[in-house]
Design a binder for this molecule. Structure first.
Ligand code: AS1
Length: 373
């Protein structure tokens, strides 16, 4: 209506012809699809940038040993590069979802008019093509009624944000004094107004926090839409604020995550030390007992459990026990086991496809570059 008024001021009554065969109902549905299409493309590009940063850092740290966790308890040693590539896969699926959403939303509602179509002899295929849509929408009532493309985009954005939030949580943990695995750069951390020693991982915390906003936007639009009889109702105007906010927040989060990954200093020594605690190679000992001594896995599990208990009593890690201590519990253990318990050797053995051995992670890096960049 504003454009029409401005045109009237410029060219006079002929401006009144502009709205022929149109309604705000098909116009707003068209404009929103055009806007969202551009933002989905930007989000995809930003995801690709994050993948590039993760792949570069993974390549640098193919053989950097760190503890892998389950239940946030030390589980088995892994390669840091392997861990970072896990996020590359997640963001890769996110990009697939953004692309699926783009494909489905790229139909032109223009010409649906208010809801029933129009008696004017318009060419919907021509306007669809001029606006870069794949085709005109098939049903004029559907064209002005639904905002499922908004919900779908917000769902895809929520999944990206959820992945970024998990990455951010790890950066928060890893940069703490207790972990000491990384240092975030000054660009992405701040001091405290009162405690001079502090470096707070603000940017990572904000990524985690903004994820709540983005998921909130998804739930908000779903709730707006769920009770609306067809076709257009003014309630649908409430889709804009959460949608715009969510995509602004997502862009910020992707920029911050990419910067943090590129800038972070990896403290490989601290990671290696941590991988040598928590008896991270206990599974390797149990597997050796199965493979070399021939005991059933359950018995190997029990023997290894007794050895772990002994290490706890002595206040050391499993890998630091003397051979005599190991043999005191299981006499069939021999000197081969000493090297076996080294975390670096533990990762090197896990050569199964997609596994954590540096040789395998190097292959994953090369494949990820081909698939995503
Ligand atoms: N008021 C209205 N549509 C407004 C759509 C734009 C709105 N700002 C939005 O974002 O949904 N619909 C009228 C038709 C019209 O004004 O074209 C109706 O269906 O009665």
């Amino acid at each position: 209506m504003n454009i029409e008024a401005r045109l009237a001021a410029l060219i006079g009554p002929a401006a009144g012809r502009l709205h022929t065969a149109r309604s705000r109902n098909d116009q707003v549905a068209t404009d929103l699809r055009l806007w969202l299409r551009a933002r989905l493309d930007q989000a995809d590009e930003a995801c690709r940038g994050l993948q590039a940063a993760l792949i570069d850092r993974a390549e640098e740290h193919v053989a950097t040993v760190m503890p892998g966790f389950t239940h946030l308890q030390v589980a088995q040693p892994v390669s840091l590069g392997h861990h970072l590539l896990a996020y590359v896969e997640m963001i890769g699926r996110d990009r697939g979802r953004l692309a699926d959403c783009r494909g489905r939303l790229n139909e032109s509602p223009l010409g649906a008019a208010a809801l029933a179509g129009t008696s004017f002899p318009i060419d919907r295929a021509m306007t669809a093509e001029l606006l870069g849509f794949d085709r005109p929408s098939a049903n004029s009532i559907d064209a002005v009624s639904d905002r499922d493309f908004v919900v779908e985009a917000l769902a895809a954005a929520s999944l990206v944000a959820m992945h970024l939030s998990r990455l951010a949580e790890e950066l928060v943990l890893w940069s703490s004094a207790q972990f000491g695995f990384i240092a975030l750069s000054d660009r992405f951390s701040t001091g405290s107004s009162i405690m001079p020693q502090k470096r707070n991982p603000d940017a990572a915390e904000l990524v985690r926090g903004k994820t709540g906003r983005i998921v909130g936007a998804l739930i908000g639009v779903l709730i707006v839409m769920k009770g609306l009889a067809l076709t257009y109702s003014k309630d649908m105007q409430e889709d804009k604020e959460p949608l715009f906010d969510a995509f602004d927040s997502l862009a910020l989060c992707l920029t911050a995550a990419t910067g943090m990954v590129r800038d972070m200093t990896v403290k490989a020594d601290a990671m290696a030390r941590a991988a040598g605690t928590g008896h991270a190679t206990a599974t390797d000992l149990a597997d050796w007992l199965v493979q070399k001594v021939g005991v059933p896995f359950r018995e190997a599990h029990t023997i290894t459990g007794q050895i772990v208990k002994l290490a706890d009593e002595k206040g050391c890690d499993l890998k630091d026990l003397a051979l005599a201590d190991l043999r005191g519990i299981e006499p069939r253990i021999n000197a081969d086991v000493v090297a076996l318990l080294d975390p670096a050797q533990a990762i090197a053995r896990r050569t199964s496809e997609g596994g954590t051995a540096p040789s395998e992670v190097a292959k994953q890096v090369a494949r990820a570059r081909q698939r995503f960049l």
